[in-house]
Ligand binder design. Structure first.
Ligand SMILES: *Cc1c(COP(=O)(O)O)cnc(C)c1O
Length: 423
């Protein structure tokens, strides 16, 4: 391979998405590879937050129905804007809640144990919040998670095998919840096949798309996935604590939500103030109370950029960036004890690189001292996400160069091999 800096610069010149970097507040002092934990602020997201402040100033209570984006319809408008990113119809998506509360809502709605079918199937590699939520939902229904919660095991500690997942779809399973992309190794699960196999066995299935939305394309409607949920502060760049999203397949429309509130209402009926809920006839039924309008506003601008760039082009560049990253690592960091444990093939590799090293915690500290922002993941993982909308091939090149120096000069030894409070 060509390992020269000039080649990285050449790749940047050829990049059809290169101008999107100017849409973001990117620091020239640092290389930000943590966009899959918290995406960067875009100028457009900043503008729509300002718009929101203005609409509050100008309209006060009337802001719910007046102005360019009446707040009363914002969750639905944004759901429509987000739908292409998950491959769904506009009315199958709503912007509401947080990842974890949406998971609670969806499990409260779709987990209906009956007869022998009482168990929930998940996996042993998912993010802890999902596991806590699922166990607590079992407890609420009076089940013991020690015998009602099945977690598919990983053979290598980093990835899941589709056949192992299918083998766990026994006739006592009522519901399956899995990630679309694993948060550590970045493995993409075969959502299409897994959904088809679950449905063959009469099991409902939902996916957590936190690490896949905005990074890879999805076809949730075509695949027939029952439900999905995701955050918007990672690849979607909605800002810290921005409001999350969820999807419910249209064949489930008309059901009562598990956790109801007045915003679950059909909007025409909501202000009738009746004590019998008439739920919205679409994914909007899974909202609960007043939307967090202030934390929703940045999404209006942030999602614009996805519409312009297109998820297909984003994915193409992302694959090129991670491929280039892996080639440079193999070329320049051989012999330093790193293992690339993200899947290497395009079909199963998500948007980030996952490097394992026994000194990972302090290598991350050394990287930060040299201006590279990685993400440390217990116990020995370094996560590096080159984001298609704002990172460059040259940044990838520089990072590998810096890593090489850190290892050669053993600069990481200055630091303790412990994680910080937020790692
Ligand atoms: C980031 C992430 C979460 C976070 O949940 P919040 O409710 O937004 O705090 C949950 N699950 C997965 C898989 C994640 O990657």
């Amino acid at each position: 391979m060509n390992t020269k800096k000039s080649y990285a610069q050449y790749l940047d010149q050829q990049d059809v998405l290169k101008d999107f970097r100017n849409e973001f507040y990117v620091s020239n002092q640092t290389i930000y590879f943590d966009g899959n934990s918290l995406g960067l602020l875009s100028k457009r997201a900043e503008q729509t937050v300002e718009w929101l402040m203005e609409s509050w100033k100008k309209y006060a209570i009337n802001g719910w129905t007046e102005g360019s984006h009446p707040w009363f319809y914002l969750s639905e408008t944004l759901g429509e804007q987000m739908a292409p990113l998950v491959g769904a119809d506009p009315e199958e998506v709503i912007v509401t809640g947080s990842t974890t509360t949406n998971l609670h809502q969806l499990v409260a709605s779709f987990y209906q144990p009956s007869g022998r079918r009482t168990k929930i199937l998940a996996d042993e590699l998912n993010f802890p919040s999902d596991i806590y939520a699922l166990k607590s939902q079992l407890h609420l229904k009076g089940y013991d998670s020690s015998n009602h919660f099945i977690q598919v095991q990983s053979k290598d500690g980093n990835t899941l095998n589709t056949n192992d997942i299918i083998a766990n779809m026994t006739d006592d399973v009522a519901l399956i919840v899995l990630p679309g992309v694993l948060y550590r190794s970045g493995q993409i699960l075969d959502m299409k096949t897994i959904t088809r196999e679950a449905h063959k066995r009469g099991i409902l299935i939902g996916f957590d798309l936190c690490h896949s939305i905005g990074s890879i394309p999805h076809q949730l409607s075509d695949w027939g996935v029952d439900f999905a949920f995701w955050c918007t502060y990672k690849h979607l760049n909605g800002g810290p604590g921005s409001v999350a999203g969820l999807y419910v397949n249209k064949r489930h429309f008309g059901k009562d939500p598990g956790l109801a509130g007045w915003f679950s209402s059909n909007k025409e009926k909501q202000f009738d103030m009746e004590h019998t809920l008439t739920p919205a006839e679409h994914a909007g039924a899974y909202q609960i109370g007043t939307p967090h309008v202030l934390s929703t506003a940045p999404l209006l601008g942030a999602l614009d950029l996805f519409q312009e760039a297109g998820i297909k082009r984003i994915r193409e560049k992302s694959l090129r960036l991670t491929n280039y990253f892996m080639e440079l690592i193999e070329n320049k960091l051989a012999g330093y004890g790193f293992t690339i444990t993200n899947p290497k093939d395009d079909a199963t590799r998500g948007g980030h690189i996952f490097l394992e090293h026994k000194e990972a915690a302090r290598i991350c500290k050394a990287l930060k001292a040299d201006g590279v922002i990685p993400d440390f993941r217990m116990p020995n993982g370094i996560r590096l996400a080159p984001v298609a909308l704002y990172n460059t091939f040259e940044e990838v090149w520089k990072t590998v160069q810096i890593l090489q120096t850190i290892m050669k000069e053993e600069r990481f030894k200055k630091y303790e091999n412990l994680r910080g409070v937020i790692a």
